[in-house]
Design a protein around this ligand. Structure first.
Ligand code: AHR
Length: 303
């Protein structure tokens, strides 16, 4: 029908923008296999054929780049701004500007901590705290006396703070050391090289993502240790490389964080544009895997 959707301005969807929904997406970076898969899923679903006019900007893990992209989106007067914030704090001013510009904001994957009231319409992402708890429960059950090194993600990101919180809630004080590997393979490797010197008796690493776990594998092998045996490795994500390391016995347990939610995001964006009521949050469902995983399952994995 020609009737405007409830709550909409009454303008035709997209107006003079060819009918497509104009979305500005600020992705935080390309730091991990997870992020690459997430970007692919977003780009594959927010296509012109699906009714979107997407401007996608990669911030290379720098908050200042994200803030600049968000301001550009305001200037471009997009229909909706979507973004994955690299860290939780420091967004107050730009979030207020988005609000003042009356552009609906959709948060993707990570979360913000802000004084701005009601800054976003909806958020879609994983339950990071539960991922940390799931990892902790496996460790508590299978290696209750482990001397744990926690290889953390980007400090101050929702994925880091909440995974740490959930893990520690279950594990208590078995963590003998911690350092950040910024969610990348190279920094994960460097952090574990440091940990091998600082905590020679560590026998389990909880890495906040697969990539840092894979960096840990490299560091351990270079030091003549057997990953998965001498030092157990528990990670989060479940991208193909991580699951392969699990199958190969180098990882011991992987908690999934599913990046392939571009189709759910597309549905949310359509609803937001139509002025429909959307849930405040959509939690992406995660599984967990141990070494019984099959090669067949890994080969069929799309990310
Ligand atoms: O925010 C999700 C996390 O960010 C993923 O677990 C990690 O791989 C990515 O860098």
């Amino acid at each position: 029908s020609d009737d405007p959707a409830p709550g909409s301005t009454g303008a035709t969807s997209g107006g003079d923008k060819g009918g497509n929904i104009k979305v500005g997406f600020s992705q935080l970076g390309a730091e991990s296999g997870w992020r690459t898969a997430n970007t692919e899923s977003i780009k594959a679903n927010l296509t012109a054929e699906n009714g979107f006019d997407l401007t996608f900007v990669d911030a290379q893990q720098k908050q200042e780049n994200q803030i600049k992209a968000l301001r550009d989106f305001i200037d471009q007067d997009v229909d909706i701004i979507a973004f994955s914030p690299v860290i939780e704090t420091g967004w107050d001013e730009v979030l207020q500007d988005i609000k003042d510009a009356e552009i609906p904001l959709v948060l993707v994957d990570r979360t913000v901590d802000t004084t701005v009231e009601d800054p976003y319409v909806t958020w879609i992402g994983a339950d990071f705290t539960q991922e940390g708890r799931t990892a902790g429960e496996w460790v508590k059950k299978n290696h209750p006396d482990a001397k744990i090194f926690e290889l953390q993600g980007t400090m101050g990101s929702g994925a880091q703070t909440n995974r740490q919180e959930g893990f520690r809630e279950v594990i208590g004080d078995n963590v003998i050391g911690e350092a950040s590997g910024n969610f990348t393979r190279a920094e994960g490797k460097a952090a574990v090289e440091g940990a091998l010197a600082a905590y020679p008796d560590m026998d389990l690493i909880f890495a906040h993502n697969d990539d840092m776990g894979l960096g840990a594998v490299e560091a351990l092998e270079a030091a003549g240790k057997k990953p998965g045996v001498d030092v157990k490795i528990v990670t989060v994500d479940g991208v193909r490389d991580g699951l392969q390391a699990l199958h190969d016995g180098k990882f011991n347990y992987v908690v999934e964080c599913n990046p392939a939610f571009g189709n759910q995001l597309a549905d949310l964006l359509r609803s937001v544009k139509a002025g429909e009521t959307v849930p405040k949050e959509t939690i992406v469902i995660d599984e967990a895997f141990d070494q019984t995983i099959t090669q067949e399952f890994i080969d069929a994995r799309t990310f």
